[in-house]
Design a protein around this ligand. Structure first.
Ligand SMILES: [Fe+2]
Length: 272
């Protein structure tokens, strides 16, 4: 299954303009591009010359933005044993949830539930796994839609960032550590998209894995709804400083790696 990139070049431009609170006319004024041209770009009409002109004002990497405009980059497909991605529909988008398990103890942990946890329940059953915990990246509805059912059917405990409390879920703070057999999970506070978003760094599989929720996407970010500045800072300081081989598991779009995002994510190329 190839999941398309979550954001097009104009989504990236829109997120940067909203984050920096810059209007079409301000972009026009500061770059010498006609306001109508800026509007066209924002609405999805790609123009490389204009994109390269506005990139510096929006603190975006011009080459990465052009790659997004030309649709010339997609992350190399990630396949990792003992890691499964579930891509479930929610309104007109799709949302990802993940299952990670330990080969010997058969203990598994879930990250978010997506809109429908049926696929996850089926895999737990077919592989003879016992779900020990459900870690939530944040509490936006699409990510936790099937939480009650997953808890009920498995008896697993739920965990959520303490800044986004949820009835019946245990609070997680920056630095919280969990161990399930050979799996070691560390929580990092990566807020900005949501008030208390958590990234879970999992060690114990053949590569390190970061389940990031909507903090960062392949080629984009989830949007700094709460704080654009903090969203960028947390991504830069806590996620993009992980080992280059770390697999990034985002809440939307395909899996990617730290190394690929350093080269292809317009929000960060040139600023690391
Ligand atoms: Fe979200």
């Amino acid at each position: 299954m190839t999941i398309p990139l979550e954001d097009n070049f104009n989504d990236i431009i829109g997120k940067a303009m909203r984050g920096l609170k810059i209007s079409d006319s301000q972009v026009a004024e500061q770059t010498g591009i006609a306001a109508l041209e800026v509007k066209r770009l924002r609405e999805g009409e790609f123009n490389e010359v204009a994109a390269r002109k506005i990139a510096p004002l929006l603190h975006l990497g011009a080459d990465a933005l052009v790659e997004a405009g030309r649709k010339s980059w997609h992350p190399f497909p990630v396949e990792l044993e003992q890691l499964a991605l579930f891509n479930t529909p929610f309104d007109d988008v799709t949302v990802n949830s993940y299952l990670v398990w330990e080969a010997h103890s058969r203990e598994a942990v879930a990250f978010d539930t997506g809109s429908d946890c049926t696929g996850m329940l089926d895999l737990l059953k077919s592989k003879g796994l016992k779900l020990k915990a459900i870690f939530l990246t944040h509490t936006h509805g699409d990510h936790i839609f099937d939480l009650d059912r997953l808890m009920e059917e498995t008896g697993a405990m739920a965990y959520v960032g303490e800044l986004e409390p949820l009835d019946g879920a245990h609070p997680v703070v920056e630095g919280s550590r969990f161990r399930f057999g050979a799996l070691d999970i560390e929580a990092l506070l990566t807020w900005g998209h949501s008030p208390g978003g958590i990234t879970y760094v999992v060690n114990g599989l053949s590569l390190p894995v970061a389940i990031v929720g909507d903090s960062i996407f392949a080629g984009s970010i989830g949007g700094g709804t709460v704080s654009y500045e903090e969203a960028l800072k947390n991504n830069r300081e806590k996620i993009l400083t992980l080992n280059d081989s770390t697999v990034i598991c985002p809440g939307h779009g395909p899996m990617t790696t730290i190394a690929e995002e350093k080269l292809h994510n317009a929000f960060f190329t040139g600023h690391l």
